[in-house]
Design a protein around this ligand. Structure first.
Ligand code: ADP
Ligand code: MG
Length: 729
């Protein structure tokens, strides 16, 4: 009997739900481990407090002396909560978060009394030994220094007994080595561009912030079961496993009552989130068995990104207490739904207006339409880049795989807004007559609010959908750092708004047009130009693929193909122009992402070879031997007549031999392809080889293994089965 699998099953069956202590009311504990406004007021001098506020609200630099005071206050606050260490917390391009803890505690060589120390210099800048973070060749080993620098716009927080200070991570020469740096630059770019455009409508607008509300999907698997599968342990997904007889076909999990163990996990997790100031709001079962979702109230994008990164970390830690493993992978199980991370995105002014929410007056609706149409145009002109923003080895399993948005980027806006755009398209060229304007204001622009109230049509197949007061970028993968998608989305929208402003100003200056005439004229042209990106139909259908090809939309199904858009001349120029990333940074990122892709496929290939050869084949042989013994015995008893009794067994013996032979030869062929790929020089060629030459073996090998799973005695099978992984609670 295969011990690990059955031991894991018995452990899982005997598990009790872990009790969770309820803390105080959420509104009371919220943010109590965050150095937020309340604690800053308490622990900082008014001067220091003002300096932080100015940095957050107006991007003002913090003077060195004040940094010392801020550090002192922060330390006192942290010590009052039993904290012993501090760390600069950052998001290198590994996809995980990084931290190196230092103690506050210090003694001096001269023998002075030991003290807890933390000054401005420790707060503002650190130099972690960073030589082994991905850098895409930016940092040569002889200049292995990387710096982390404090980001005051994201508040420091306490996790466990450590004070975590959110920071950016840059090379000695100033290039970004992390996710946060380009995100902050993109957010600044969209702030500038959107503020300029807002001022056509309201001179009081001084700042525009991008907002983000992510929705995190994940699977919860018992830790013993997860540990019993080498593929889950090493790759985060199952590389083989026959479908369970019952999967998600009954739709009985979605929004169903949450199993107790999972519910307790969520309660525990939510308590942690509350302390950390992550405003989680909803929790529910997702479509697949053992799949769940958690979503917060939306926040300013930089903070929301930090909160999602932190959450992913906390989810794993809390899971340990509950004997769960969180699977964040986009496709942990074949044949059941994968996980995504919808990025709900909008723009919001310092005057409290959501720019993607229709307003109450015709003028505010013109502002809404301006941002709405510019976003559509930005997506149209950069659809391939947006696809690149969400490309990863694991997300390739979802995109176009019939359950998630396809690899084609399109925009869904709903029936009513489609009609509004059609009417705007008919606006006459040049100056509008007073009658036309009145009619537009009354019948089109003025009508939007009540129209949208019944805009409940939600096309779940669209990768980029307008959902009433925000766009929802649904193609983002569940493992992704949202910063990648948010950097690119905000950059392309910034560029578009900048161009829009130029064009409108030109019409006003050169043609003497009135402001709203000019705006109507430009928007009309934009609608005409960007029509091809709008799609309301079934995004999963064959017909859409054909239609999209006719419209000239890209359909890059694999990561190596998709990523190319990041280094096209157009993209390089765009990121340079907006000061988000220079060529060196873009090329480096491209290389890092290709390498990550290659490594992921390489690891999966190795693990698959290992389990196919060292688990599946030996198990199949063991079972085959039992059958052979049986046949031999039947021959002894029945003599010549034995074939009448052993026919089935002999057929299975042959079938098993066939699968074993196929597995062995395919594994050998795949290994050969890996060797060839490894010899390639460029990261681009290597990723392409892994994608096109190595990866196709995965399905072939898997199929033979999964067939064997159906043939072999259940008692002998060593790998925990799908039904056990998905349905044990
Ligand atoms: P669903 O898409 O699951 O039906 P909702 O439409 O209620 O759910 O909201 C989904 C997410 O959108 C939530 O996380 C919410 O915080 C976020 N959201 C709502 N308004 C905005 C906004 N203006 N900007 C960014 N995110 C938003
Ligand atoms: Mg959603």
């Amino acid at each position: 009997m295969s011990t690990l699998r059955f031991k894991a099953l018995s452990e899982t069956t005997n598990r009790k739900a872990v009790e969770v202590k309820e803390l105080d009311r959420k509104s009371i504990i919220f943010g109590s481990n965050v150095f937020n406004d309340k604690s800053m007021r308490q622990f900082l001098t008014p001067e220091a407090y003002k300096a932080v506020k100015n940095a957050v609200q107006h991007g003002k630099k913090i003077e060195r002396k004040l940094a010392d005071y801020i550090a002192m206050g922060m330390k006192e606050w942290a010590l009052s909560k039993g904290v012993t260490h501090y760390t600069h917390w950052f998001q290198p391009l590994t996809g995980a978060t990084a931290e190196k803890h230092d103690a506050f505690f210090e003694t001096s060589f001269e023998g002075a009394d030991p003290v807890e120390k933390f000054g401005g210099s420790q707060l503002v800048q650190q130099e972690p030994d960073a030589s082994s973070f991905p850098n895409g060749g930016i940092r040569n080993t002889f200049e292995a220094r990387g710096y982390t620098a404090w980001d005051p716009t994201s508040p420091a927080f306490i996790f466990g007994t450590t004070l975590c200070i959110p920071t950016v991570f840059v090379s000695y020469t100033g290039e970004a080595l992390d996710y946060k740096t380009p995100l902050l630059r993109a957010l600044a770019a969209v702030d500038d561009a959107a503020t300029d455009v807002c001022r056509y409508f309201d001179k009081n607008v001084k700042k525009v912030a991008a907002t983000l509300g992510w929705e995190q999907e994940y699977f919860l698997i018992d830790s013993s079961l997860a540990n019993s599968r080498p593929d889950i342990t090493l790759t985060g997904r199952t590389l083989l496993g026959h479908a369970s007889a019952k999967g998600q076909q009954l739709d009985d999990h979605y929004f169903g009552s949450i199993p107790t163990r999972a519910l307790n996990y969520m309660r525990d997790l939510e308590n942690e989130c509350m302390l950390l100031g992550i405003p989680v709001k909803t929790r529910h079962n997702e479509v697949a068995p053992n799949q769940f979702e958690l979503a917060p109230i939306f926040e300013e994008a930089n903070l929301a990104v930090d909160h999602n990164s932190l959450l992913m970390d906390v989810m794993g830690k809390v899971a340990e207490r509950h004997n769960f493993r969180v699977l964040m992978h986009e496709k942990p199980f074949k044949g059941v739904n994968g996980s995504g991370k919808h990025n709900n995105w909008s723009l919001s002014t310092n005057t409290g207006i959501n720019l993607l929410s229709p307003g109450k007056t015709p003028m505010s609706n013109l502002q809404f339409l301006t941002f709405f149409i510019n976003t559509i145009k930005a997506v149209y002109q950069n659809e391939e880049l947006l696809r690149a923003a969400i490309a990863s080895a694991s997300n390739d399993h979802r995109l176009g795989a019939n359950e998630a948005p396809p690899a084609i980027i399109s925009v869904f806006i709903g029936e009513q807004l489609t009609k509004v755009l059609e009417e705007l398209e008919g606006v006459s060229s040049g100056k509008l007559s007073p009658q036309e304007k009145t009619s537009l204001k009354l019948n089109v622009v003025g009508k939007i609010p009540d129209v949208l109230l019944d805009n409940t049509d939600r096309n779940r197949t669209s990768p980029f959908a307008f959902t009433g007061n925000k766009f929802e970028f649904r193609a983002v993968g569940s493992t992704a750092n949202c910063a990648n998608a948010m950097t690119i989305l905000n950059t392309i929208v910034a560029k578009q708004l900048k161009d829009f402003k130029k064009e409108v100003d030109a019409l006003i200056a050169d043609k003497g047009m009135k402001k709203d005439d000019a705006i109507f004229n430009i928007l009309r042209e934009y609608i005409k130009e960007s029509k091809n990106i709008l799609f309301e139909g079934d995004g999963y259908s064959e017909e859409w693929e054909q239609e999209a090809a006719k419209r000239g939309l890209s359909n890059n199904k694999t990561t190596p193909k998709a990523l190319k858009a990041k280094v096209s001349e157009k993209s390089l120029a765009l990121f340079q122009e907006l000061n988000v990333m220079n060529h060196v940074e873009m090329e480096a990122r491209y290389e890092i992402e290709l390498e990550e892709y290659t490594k992921k496929i390489q690891i999966e290939g190795r693990v698959l070879s290992d389990i196919a050869r060292n688990h599946v084949v030996p198990t199949a042989i063991r079972y085959q031997n039992i059958l052979i013994e049986n046949v031999k015995g039947l021959k002894e008893i029945f003599g010549k007549d034995f074939e009448n009794h052993a026919g089935e067994q002999i057929a299975i013996i042959k079938e098993i031999s066939g699968h074993i032979a196929a597995i062995n030869s395919k594994v050998a062929e795949m290994t050969e392809e890996r060797k060839k790929a490894n010899k390639l020089e460029s990261a681009e060629d290597m990723a392409a080889a892994y994608c096109d030459q190595v990866k196709p073996y995965f399905d072939v090998i898997r199929e033979h293994c999964d067939k064997l799973e159906l043939l072999v005695d259940d008692e002998l099978w060593t790998l925990t089965k799908y039904r056990e992984l998905l349905f044990t609670r």
